[in-house]
Design a protein around this ligand. Sequence first.
Ligand SMILES: *[C@@H]1O[C@H](CO)[C@@H](O)[C@H](O)[C@H]1NC(C)=O
Ligand SMILES: *[C@@H]1O[C@H](CO)[C@@H](O)[C@H](O)[C@H]1NC(C)=O
Length: 357
Amino acid sequence: MLWTSLLAFTAVAEAAPWYKRQGSTTMLRFGCAQVVIDRLDPLVNPGQAPSPHVHQIVGGNAFNTSMTTGDVSNGASCTTCAFADDFSNYWTANLYFKARNGTYKRVKQLGAAKQFNDDFSTKIDGGVLVYYVSAQPGKITAFKPGFRMLVGDPTRRTADPNMKRQNCFRCYSGPNFGGDTAAPCQGTNDTPGLPSSPCKGGIRSNIHFPTCWDGKNLDSPDHKSHVTYPTSGPATFLSLGGNCPSTHPVRIPQLMYEVVWDTTPFNNKADWPVDGSQPFYFSYGDNTGYGQHADYVFGWKGDALQKGMDASGCMGAKCKDMKTQTIENAKKCAVKPVVKEDHDGWIDHLPGMEMPM
Ligand SMILES: *[C@@H]1O[C@H](CO)[C@@H](O)[C@H](O)[C@H]1NC(C)=O
Ligand SMILES: *[C@@H]1O[C@H](CO)[C@@H](O)[C@H](O)[C@H]1NC(C)=O
């Protein structure tokens, strides 16, 4: 399935198989520039500064060491996201290159490949591309104020066969998807772990969240059990998925993050480990990629996200009368780092590795 060519057709409601099946599918796909890099995790380690590993955070400026429950959008005055009413926070672990001498350097990010005439997301270097998809049968219920969740497990170092196509890496053989235009985690260059050879155009991370909610709890002790997968298992990005289980009957949008890591400055094989392994480590000490995880704190203003999910056939970073902002404006929004650490020089160890996760 050629994803980009299908998307090209969607503007005229044409023969995209998934799109045809789901005539009213909406896929919000928009950029959020970086709001801060900090060693904080208000979801897993609230009140703890520093937390066990470094994160890159995008979205609203209410991000903080602790984020109390309640409506996050009330505490934010700006956002780095293209949709101006989205004050949510989205974060993932940072990636580092480990040199032969044992020191680390943070891998920067690239903007997204251009789609849907969306310039904003091509300029989010340092940011995250966010998707909310309604490709499921029946009503999609947007998240409620105070909702938050976590996907993935930073302690995992082997592939989870049940999580196929939920968390993957695409090795770009060049710019613009490296020519692999399949849907996320469904391409021939997608692997569940970090690629084993240099990628000429960088490495793209795709992380999908669960799509069924218990309808009651905005969070849970492990930040996971209030959400789950359809009875048929995790849905692939553009598929329908099966029914939600009776314990988690409410269909929520398919949330997905996409990050393009600019690994290209580190592609010289002579700098790679002598044992032939690959040199990239996530900030929580993982060079397999299987521990990749992502955090979400919902913070859309009022019913702005519900309106988007109810709208029919929106694709990209524009949808009916949903408010947008320019990339220049978005980049003015920032949060001051709480934990003062160098995120750009060569460092002799990954910050926080001595702390229990
Ligand atoms: C973060 O929390 C501290 C302590 O409650 C507060 O002083 C500070 O203003 C908050 N920062 C932001 C960006 O909200
Ligand atoms: C370690 O290797 C990197 C990459 O070659 C180099 O830039 C850095 O200066 C080296 N650091 C030390 C302490 O030798």
